[in-house]
Design a protein around this ligand. Structure first.
Ligand SMILES: [Zn+2]
Ligand SMILES: [Zn+2]
Length: 276
């Protein structure tokens, strides 16, 4: 079948809307009609080369070029076709995508570290996770998909290990956000900073990721969740997401945090500033 998709042909180029030919779902693959796709800064990193390298560099290194590439790794949708051997998904299921697949069987999945799943090694090279075949084409050219997803597309051909079934009554917008930005920010507070009840946590920068670090710190039971952002709107929203104090700048915050904590300062600081 054909789908329209936003495709990047190399680093430092504009996204182009292309018609892409999708193959049939193979073993343990599903065809998903995209409902919502998020634009994450990691997509911009593919453009700038921070998360990618130019075709010319790949060829010089003797490896397969990453481009052309269908962008997007945040998203949600509905399963409209399943391939052979798919056991936990059926037509009509609602799903969120996962930018790191989780097979549930490898060493790391078994340890509860699905973010290190062996299948993640295939996330940036061309070819389907299941058998390496090229199932996305523009003319004769094989097309890659970001993180084996490519949510900037009307339809997505995915490994069943790359999708998470969600309840039918969950809004697709929320599910799409949870698939990257929410998990990243929330996890930075819960897993990386290991925020404990009673902690003082400072979150510097309250964009999509930082706002969810605020939420994660609040859910973890932090006594003080201190959000720093120059934009008033974001400071107001941070209070809705669980911040206890907000400041406009580091200069303003530093003395205030000292006073709040009797000079002990924060137990953890989560830096989620932009790159502008
Ligand atoms: Zn992302
Ligand atoms: Zn695994």
């Amino acid at each position: 079948m054909k789908t329209r998709a936003a495709v990047l042909w190399d680093v430092n180029q504009d996204w182009k809307i292309e018609e892409v030919e999708l193959g049939e779902p193979g073993p343990r693959e599903v065809l998903v009609k995209t409902k919502v796709a998020g634009m994450c800064h990691s997509d911009e990193h593919m453009v700038t080369g921070d998360l990618s390298f130019a075709n010319e560099a790949a060829i010089a290194m003797g490896i397969d070029p990453m481009f052309p590439l269908i962008g997007g790794h945040e998203g949600s949708g509905e399963v409209i076709q399943v391939g052979p051997g798919v056991t936990h998904l059926a037509v009509g299921d609602h799903v969120a995508v996962s930018f790191i697949p989780a097979c549930g069987k490898c060493h790391y999945c078994a340890k509860g570290q699905q973010m290190l799943c062996d299948l993640g090694a295939k996330a940036f090279t061309k070819g389907m996770i299941s058998d390496g075949r090229d199932a996305h084409h523009i003319g004769e050219e094989a097309v890659n998909t970001f993180a084996k997803l490519g949510t900037f597309s009307e339809y997505m051909l995915l490994s069943e290990d790359s999708v998470v079934k969600i309840d039918q009554d969950l809004p697709f917008q929320a599910a799409a956000l949870v698939s990257c930005g929410v998990a990243t920010g929330f996890g930075s507070a819960i897993n990386r900073a290991e925020v404990k009840a009673g902690d003082t946590v400072v979150i510097i920068g309250c964009g999509g990721v930082g706002m969810n670090a605020v939420q994660g710190a609040a859910v973890a039971g932090a006594k003080r969740v201190i959000a720093i952002d120059p934009m008033e709107f974001k400071r107001e929203k941070a209070m809705e997401f669980g911040a206890t104090h907000t400041y406009e700048s580091m200069e303003e915050a530093t003395g205030a945090i000292g006073a709040l904590t009797w000079g002990r300062m924060a137990d953890s600081a989560i830096i989620t500033v932009g790159v502008a």
